[in-house]
Ligand binder design. Structure first.
Ligand code: SF4
Length: 136
């Protein structure tokens, strides 16, 4: 792929659903990735995180993938995510991939290597994200 990527290749997980799900499920199982549906209250999920951090639930709820230092949303990574979704579509087929990416506010978790929704979190959250600028 040329253009924004200028000779660099996309992470495998952005173009291989099986690898992506394997890595994501690993984060679910081992690193408390979740909640499964961020639009629900998920009280037990947030309480568990609050206990782990020994901090109020209200603070923990602000620690999401969307502001984690491992959450990559650079233009080239977004191109990788969208082109990975588009690769199985036939020419001329209606595509909703960009809408899907925006609706889920997707990015790429560089730590666990999967496409990741901004509203979730995990036990390895680090402040300072998201990363939106390309490396110089
Ligand atoms: S490391 Fe950060 S971006 Fe990755 S799953 Fe955890 S909170 Fe989300």
């Amino acid at each position: 792929m040329k253009g924004l990527l200028s000779g660099k290749s996309c992470p495998i997980a952005t173009h291989d659903v099986s690898v992506n799900l394997k890595n994501r499920n690993n984060a679910f199982k081992k690193f408390g990735y979740g909640p499964p549906n961020p639009n629900e209250a998920n009280d037990a999920f947030w309480l568990k995180k609050a206990k782990m951090y020994n901090a109020p639930t209200s603070s923990i709820k602000n620690m999401r993938c969307g502001n984690c230092a491992a959450f990559i949303q650079t233009p080239s990574m977004m191109e990788c995510i969208i082109s990975g979704l588009e690769k199985d579509e036939n020419e001329g087929e209606l595509s909703y991939d960009e809408n899907f990416v925006k609706a889920a506010n997707l990015g790429y978790c560089d730590l666990f290597q999967f496409t990741c929704a901004a509203a979730r979190t995990c036990d390895a959250w680090k402040s300072g994200g998201p990363i939106t600028k390309e490396k110089p």
